[in-house]
Design a protein around this ligand. Structure first.
Ligand SMILES: C=C(O[C@@H]1C=C(C(=O)O)C=C[C@H]1O)C(=O)O
Ligand SMILES: [Mg+2]
Length: 445
């Protein structure tokens, strides 16, 4: 990490110069000459500054480790307005999470979006470090604060092994309550209150020792391929992370890429068996319905905001524990408006239901926990390009506890036991990373 220390020294010299005692924004960007000695997640893990955010795009080509907040935003509209106001600083990126309920739920933060002080980024084999200063009253003061911040940065080190063992688990709802919930949802579907509702479970694991969020995410990234990997660490003990296969949307200039990812079957390590399961999925009526309702929802939601929508044929996405039906969707935006895209697309019928409002009301009334960040979105906003993943296959790290989330789309024809198995398989993507380290107590006698 010599390169990084050298860049930081150079930055420090720049910041030590004369700065105006007025409002302003400045950004400094430095290319790294070669690949750093350790990964970005290792670097981020070592830093003692919060918030920190990590992101890896699902094709593996884009990665970012960012920390410290030069500015925090109350909502995406505010973040977007900030980027537009500072169009002369073309590389501003605002990173973070949007909660499932957005501004509708006053009990929980609507989002955690911030403009970082430091960003270490990779695109393909190209690496760079960016430092941003922003002050609404004094850049001089901000330069001084940023220098202190830079001094707190430390060298990267190897991630610790995952030593946390699972002592206990608790499902909310437990299976009998899940069965009741599904019956209730199926009744509403029969009464035509809605066509689909996505119901979820929170599993709280009690651990033998607090989990290192970066090490846990690295373990997930090593095995859960074709996924976005994201993490927001709020404090040393509190983080939200996940490895999600689902794109909420990618906006590149005026092009919009989204998808209907819904309909699930188990995966199998054996290629032939996995293929048979995938073929079954492609031809199963209930799963096709689940997926097509998401296509309908997305098309309705994009009306007036995007034109010439292209919907690709269904394909199978094979993951480590499950396989999904996916239809990719592409359109031209009538205006490049990220806050608008979020408003339209989050939450889609893949994680809420259809019609959206009726499904959300059912979730708010009957799901026995607050989703908080689960099924919201994680990603970034910038002038040129914006991308969010749906925050699925995710977990909240809270000291000695890990809360794992998983849900399933309920439509006519859903069976409670099969849907329970489906959420078990989805949760297994993260859960098995711990169980591999689990040594059951030896029974006496
Ligand atoms: C709700 C989740 O996943 C969603 C539900 C799916 C389904 O029911 O088939 C498939 C993919 C996701 O859109 C989750 O992983 O928690
Ligand atoms: Mg399903």
């Amino acid at each position: 990490m010599k390169q990084i220390s050298a860049i930081i020294e150079q930055l420090d010299t720049t910041l030590a110069g004369e700065w105006p005692d007025t409002a302003g924004i400045r950004q400094f960007s430095y290319s790294l000459q070669k690949q750093p000695d350790t990964g970005l997640l290792e670097w981020l893990s070592a830093q003692p500054c919060y918030p920190k955010f990590y992101w890896q795009q699902r094709d593996g080509n884009e990665e970012a480790a960012v920390c410290g907040d030069a500015y925090a935003f109350g909502d995406t509209a505010q973040a977007q307005a900030f980027i537009r106001q500072h169009a002369d600083v073309p590389d501003l990126h605002i990173w973070g999470l949007n909660a499932f309920n957005g501004a509708d739920n006053s009990a929980f933060a609507a989002n955690a979006l911030f403009l970082p002080r430091i960003e270490l980024c990779r695109q393909g084999k190209r690496y760079w470090l960016r430092c941003t200063l922003f002050s609404s009253h004094s850049l001089r003061e901000e330069a001084r604060r940023t220098r202190l911040f830079l001094r707190s940065l430390v060298d990267s080190r190897a991630l610790p092994p995952i030593a946390s063992r699972v002592l206990q688990h608790q499902h909310l709802p437990a299976q009998p309550q899940w069965n009741q919930l599904i019956t209730r949802a199926l009744n509403c579907i029969e009464e035509q209150q809605f066509d689909k509702v996505v119901l979820a479970r929170k599993t709280t694991l009690t651990l033998s020792q607090p989990l290192n969020a970066c090490a846990f995410l690295a373990a997930s990234r090593a095995v859960n391929h074709h996924c976005y990997h994201f993490m927001l660490a709020f404090t040393p003990q509190q983080a939200f992370l996940g490895s999600s296969p689902e794109r909420l949307f990618l906006r590149s200039h005026d092009e919009l890429y989204t998808e209907a990812l819904a309909g699930t079957v188990a995966n199998d390590p054996d290629d032939d068996k996995a293929q048979d399961l995938g073929d079954w999925l492609l031809n199963d009526g209930k799963n096709q319905r689940e997926n097509l309702l998401v296509v309908d929802d997305i098309c309705q939601r994009l009306q007036g905001g995007a034109q010439s929508l292209d919907i690709m044929p269904a394909e199978i996405l094979r993951l480590r524990k499950v396989q999904h039906l996916r239809r990719s969707i592409h359109g031209e935006l009538t205006e490049s408006d990220d806050a608008g895209c979020l408003q339209r697309l989050q939450p889609t019928a893949a994680v809420a239901g259809l019609p959206r409002q009726a499904a959300r009301e059912f979730i708010a009334e009957y799901e026995p926990f607050d989703r908080e960040w689960y099924a919201g979105s994680a990603g970034y906003i910038s002038a040129e390009q914006t991308e969010f993943t749906v925050a699925l296959r995710s977990a909240a790290v809270k000291g000695h506890h890990l809360e794992l989330y998983a849900g399933a789309g309920i439509v006519a024809g859903s069976d409670a036991a099969q849907e329970w198995q489906e959420i078990e398989n989805k949760a297994a993507g993260l859960r098995t990373l711990l169980e591999e380290h689990y040594t059951p107590a030896v029974q006496a006698g």
